[in-house]
Design a protein around this ligand. Structure first.
Ligand code: NOJ
Length: 530
């Protein structure tokens, strides 16, 4: 597919390294474990692997609190393990994407250690320090993403520092050019080692209002929501100057060839689009989380696909996400039948798909007994349903005691509730979700219309979502039933086609024309005849 780049026609697979494969029997996954499981990823047919953070870290936020940007935490292995993994990924023709966490460091990072020593420290301005408010309280009303004030008082120097997440995750001051340069060097460290790109953590947070003004009260706040939502995040993120910072990061990647910059951004579509940058000099792929955040309703999803496609800047490449380590598992949200429909949607939409490990076997939220809770967010705001642990449990490889993930009790519980919710069982069963994913990935590789073709909306009603994908002579109709009753779709006069793939196992090759019946939970890829 020489007319597009790898990150445009390829599929990205996200690995949460603590939970993919443990190779040294400590109950926690590691880089060598990922390497040992590469044959699986090759078999599945994904094109790039994104690994969540594995840098040295006190693990207050499981690696999103980085204490050294240029090394590997001993829990996950060594730089040599990394090099071996990277070499094998590349040997298999796949790409490697790292997680870059620039908004904050760990409070154990030497930069912060130096910054906190005194108000005159050369690194003082690398972080966001402010005097207390006149009443001695925090400098403004900003709230941490994990609940509570976003400011932590430091006795030694009598000032507060800002942390958008945990107090163990102080925010860097990206208005300071020295911070930018240091972080660019961290990027180059991995780029020089052959990394193909980065997923950049909370990229829309990097710049805050220069005057740190109070955020306005959110009039729509409801008590079941996270504390963060008490305020509207008007001044604490998504500031205009952030785009310059992103463009500079992108320029670092441009020193190398064909690297990708992906931004983690939770914003509505119109604000998200700004992250492609002026002249597309921002993120190549500002993550599109629309499917994660919307009701599973055909009309609603149809609208958001159209809206997203229309809003894309000229030349901006789309992308779609169904799951990640911060969100409830898709198969839990939708149930097993619609999880198949969702797989078909993810892999037939126009744009780069990102697949979260385990979603391909329909892993669901795993219950976590209170004494085993790990997620710091759950510990800060307990009982409100924010725990991210249930979606981060060990990959289910087989039915053995520790599901083939480890030889000992893993760091989070494993799920034994369904005997076929594992790779070994589903590999044997051609009707499994795993085999559906594999077939879809294969089809996407074989048929350009499905990976890089145009998206053409199709009018449908009720629970039916339909669209076409077209490239040169190839034309496909995608029809999905997001509901629980049979619906009909009338093909236009003279339009004929045959089934290429079906969620419910309808024969490939079946000819279709006129009015077609779409049973509940069906999803069809139909190749249209001319
Ligand atoms: C977003 C990451 O995906 C999440 O896991 C983490 O807790 C926060 N950023 C803070 O880094």
């Amino acid at each position: 597919m020489s007319d597009t780049l790898w990150w445009q026609h390829g599929t990205i697979y996200q690995i949460y390294p603590r939970s993919f494969q443990d190779s040294n029997g400590d109950g926690i996954g590691d880089l060598e474990g990922i390497r040992q499981r590469l044959p699986y990823l090759i078999w599945l047919g994904v094109d790039a692997v994104w690994i969540s953070p594995f840098y040295p870290s006190p693990m207050a936020d499981f690696g999103y609190d980085v204490a050294d940007y240029c090394d590997v935490d001993p829990i996950f292995g060594t730089l040599e393990d990394f090099d071996r993994l990277s070499a094998d990924i590349h040997k298999a023709g796949m790409k490697l994407i790292l997680d870059f966490v620039p908004n904050h460091t760990s409070d154990r990072h030497p930069w912060f250690q130096e910054s906190r020593i005194s108000r005159d420290s050369p690194k003082r301005d690398w972080y966001i320090w402010r005097d207390p408010a006149p009443d001695g309280g925090p400098p403004n009303n900003w709230i941490s993403n994990f609940g509570g004030s976003a400011w932590q008082f430091d006795e030694a120097t009598g000032q507060y520092y800002y942390h958008a997440f945990l107090k163990e995750q102080p925010d860097l001051n990206w208005r300071n050019p020295e911070v930018r340069w240091a972080m660019h060097d961290a990027l180059r460290f991995w780029l020089d080692r052959g990394v193909d790109g980065f997923r950049v953590d909370v990229i829309w947070h990097l710049i805050k209002d220069a005057d740190l003004r109070d955020n306005p009260i959110n009039p729509a706040y409801e008590p079941h929501q996270r504390e963060l939502n008490r305020l509207l995040e008007v001044h604490s993120c998504d500031q205009p100057e952030v785009h310059e910072v992103i463009a500079e990061m992108r320029a670092v990647l441009e020193e190398y060839d064909e690297r990708v910059l992906i931004g983690e951004i939770y914003l509505p579509i119109e604000r998200l689009m700004a992250y492609y940058g002026d002249d597309l000099k921002g993120a190549h792929l500002p993550f599109n989380f629309q499917l994660l955040q919307s009701a599973w309703d055909a009309r609603h999803i149809d609208n958001l696909i159209r809206e997203y496609e229309t809003a894309l800047p000229e030349g901006g490449w789309p992308n779609w996400v169904l799951g990640n380590h911060d969100q409830a598992r898709i198969a839990d949200r939708l149930g097993p039948a619609q999880a198949r429909v969702a797989a078909l949607l993810l892999l037939t939409l126009r744009g780069t798909p990102t697949l979260y490990y385990g979603d391909e076997i329909g892993m669901v939220q795993v219950p976590i007994p209170p004494e085993r809770v790990q997620d710091p967010w759950e510990k800060n705001e307990p009982g409100l349903g924010f725990n991210r642990d249930p979606a981060r449990t060990p990959m289910q490889w087989d039915e053995s005691a520790h599901v083939g993930f480890s030889t000992v009790e893993p760091w989070l519980p494993v799920d034994h509730r369904e005997s076929n919710r594992n790779v070994a069982a589903q590999k044997q069963d051609r009707s499994s979700l795993l085999c559906l994913y594999k077939r879809l990935l294969e089809l996407r590789r074989e048929r350009k219309a499905l990976s890089i073709g145009r998206y053409v909306p199709v009018t449908a009603e009720g629970d039916i979502l339909a669209f076409r994908r077209e490239h040169d002579e190839e034309r496909f109709l995608i029809v999905l039933n997001l509901g629980s009753t049979t619906h009909r779709l009338m093909l236009d006069e003279g339009v004929r086609g045959h089934v290429v793939l079906s969620c419910l196992g309808r024969e490939a090759g079946d000819e279709l024309s006129g009015t077609i019946e779409i049973p509940a939970n069906e999803g069809l890829v139909v190749e249209l005849a001319d």
